[in-house]
Design a protein around this ligand. Structure first.
Ligand SMILES: N[C@@H](CCC(=O)N[C@@H](CS)C(=O)NCC(=O)O)C(=O)O
Length: 205
C-alpha cells in the first residue's frame, strides 16, 4: 500500500494525478500547512526536509516529485516514460527544468525567507517572481511539443507536473492566455479523468 502525504496547494497533486492515472490504490494524508504540520516531529521523521510530497511505499519512504514519479512509473506504469531514449531524455529535461528553475522562480514569491533575512529582500524577490515565472513559461511554450502532450503524442511524467506548476501562474497574476500552447495543455489536463478524480478527492487546490 502507498501513502501520499500532500497538500492540495502545492506540487504534491502531481503525484496524486499520476496515482489516479495508474489506478493504483493509495492513502492520502493531508499535511496541513496552517498547523505547520510539515515541521511537526512526526512528519520530519518521515521527511526531514519538511516539504511535500512524501510517498510511503512498501520499499521505504521517497521524497522529491521527480524521484517519486520515476518510482511509480518503474513499478506501475512504464508507459509513462517514452521508450525512445532521446524522447525520455527530453521528458527528464522538462522535469528537471520544472523542479529546479520554474518551481524555484515561483517559490521566490512566497518563500523569500529561504534565501534572505530582511523584509526588503523578500519584497524584492516577490516583485521579481512573476517575471522569472513568466520567462520560464515562455521557454516551455516555445520548446515543448504540445502534440498534444508535452513530449509527443502520449502522456508522460512531465505532463501532470507541467499542468500543476503552470497552473500556479494565475496566483502570480500571470495571464496564461498569453501562452496558447500551455493554455490548451491546461484545458486538456484539467478535463482528464485522473485529474478530475484527484480533484474530487480534494487533492488539487
Ligand atoms: N524539490 C521538491 C520541492 C518540494 C517543495 O518545495 N514543496 C513545497 C510546496 S510546493 C513545500 O512543501 N513547502 C513547505 C514549506 O516550505 O514549509 C519537489 O519537487 O518535490
Amino acid at each position: 500500500m502507498l501513502t501520499l502525504h500532500y497538500n492540495p496547494l502545492t506540487v504534491a497533486p502531481v503525484i496524486a494525478i499520476v496515482l489516479e492515472e495508474l489506478e493504483v490504490d493509495y492513502t492520502p494524508v493531508l499535511v496541513d500547512f496552517r498547523l505547520l504540520a510539515q515541521v511537526s516531529p512526526e512528519y520530519l521523521a518521515l521527511n526531514p526536509k519538511g516539504r511535500v510530497p512524501t510517498l510511503e511505499t512498501p520499499d521505504g519512504v521517497l521524497t522529491e516529485t521527480g524521484a517519486i514519479l520515476e518510482y511509480l512509473a518503474a513499478v506501475h506504469g512504464p508507459h509513462l516514460v517514452p521508450e525512445d531514449p532521446f524522447q525520455a531524455g527530453r521528458m527528464r529535461e522538462t522535469m528537471y527544468y520544472l523542479a529546479s528553475t520554474l518551481h524555484v522562480n515561483y517559490a521566490h514569491a512566497l518563500r523569500g525567507a529561504r534565501w534572505a533575512d530582511t523584509e526588503a529582500s523578500w519584497a524584492d524577490m516577490a516583485a521579481k517572481a512573476p517575471h522569472t515565472m513568466a520567462a520560464s513559461l515562455a521557454h516551455l511554450e516555445g520548446h515543448l511539443d504540445f502534440a498534444p502532450f508535452a513530449i509527443g503524442t502520449n502522456l508522460t511524467l512531465a505532463d501532470p507536473w507541467l499542468f500543476v506548476l503552470a497552473g500556479f501562474a494565475t496566483r502570480l497574476s500571470i495571464d496564461i492566455a498569453q501562452f496558447p500552447n500551455l493554455s490548451a495543455h491546461q484545458v486538456m489536463m484539467h478535463d482528464r479523468y485522473a485529474v478530475r478524480a484527484a480533484r474530487n478527492k480534494g487533492m488539487i487546490g
